[in-house]
Design a protein around this ligand. Structure first.
Ligand code: FES
Length: 272
């Protein structure tokens, strides 16, 4: 069993939890994910590792309560236990010294972008971070992001804090100044698609973190397949990060919309 040692409500449907998982905390690298099960009968929920502390032996997850299992997870508090925490899974981010890098996190995607920014900063890069949300109340971890960034830009759809508009507006401005060696974008699929569209004319390498539905998380079920250039890839073992200029976002969004409808039916059934 894995004990929850800290819980915070981050606003809206977003929750943060730190869980005791010493082995996992020792091995976790930026960009990787884990799969949890709340109890023996629970479904497997893939979540990106938002932070880890090898000394304390804890990992941090940030999630939105948007389905049966994540609703159940959001009910748990400090002292409660999870049946399984498996990981770290997936390939780690390609961290090296690039020069100037831009990190873009949208909505709940701000959490997984944090360890990437932290590792890139530690590798000696000049880190420009751009985080965005619908409004001020849905924004979180501004301080944490600030602590690992040389520049931090904020965008909100309603202008309640920072730039009124999208993260892509700022990304375009930053790229147009030149010198950007690589971009990471994590957030809603449409945001990642638009980040890749913005960076393409500048020829800037762009990593996106794909989060399709995952079942086994080991490359066996095919549930997480996505199209990257001419190849079919499995996000759980080949990713979750891919070249944003090669990903077929339209196909991935179509698949995810279909599966979301099934999830909504499941949620309805659970609440009835
Ligand atoms: Fe089954 Fe990736 S989750 S192949």
């Amino acid at each position: 069993m894995y004990t929850i040692v800290d819980y915070k409500h981050l606003g809206g449907l977003t929750h943060e939890m730190s869980v005791e998982a010493p082995q996992l905390a020792k091995k976790a690298q930026a960009g990787q994910f884990l799969i949890i099960r709340i109890n023996e009968e629970g479904e497997r929920v893939p979540l990106t590792i938002a932070d880890s502390d090898a000394e304390k032996g804890t990992i941090t997850i940030v999630f939105q309560a948007v389905g049966r299992s994540t609703d159940e997870l959001a009910q748990l508090r400090t002292g409660d236990q999870l049946a399984d925490v498996v990981g770290p899974l997936g390939r780690a981010s390609e961290i090296e010294k690039y020069g100037t890098v831009v990190i873009v996190g949208g909505g709940v995607g701000i959490a997984p972008i944090y360890p990437i920014a932290k590792s890139l900063k530690a590798a000696g890069n000049h880190v420009i971070s751009i985080i965005g949300a619908k409004n001020k109340d849905l924004l979180f971890w501004e301080d944490k992001m600030d602590s690992v960034s040389d520049e931090l830009h904020i965008a909100t759809d309603d202008g309640s804090v920072g730039h009124k508009g999208f993260v892509t507006d700022i990304l375009e401005e930053v790229c147009s100044k030149g010198d950007v060696a690589a971009v990471w974008a994590v957030g809603p699929m449409i945001m990642m698609k638009n980040c890749a569209r913005v960076t393409k004319p500048f020829g800037v390498k762009t990593f996106v973190s794909m989060n399709p539905v995952m079942i086994d998380g080991t490359g066996m079920c095919g549930g997480c397949r996505i199209q990257v250039g001419a190849d079919t890839k499995f996000a759980c073992v080949d990713g979750p990060e891919f070249d944003g200029h090669q990903v077929d976002f339209d196909l991935a969004m179509k698949r995810s919309a279909y599966l979301k409808n099934l999830e909504a039916e499941g949620r309805q059934f659970y609440h009835d």
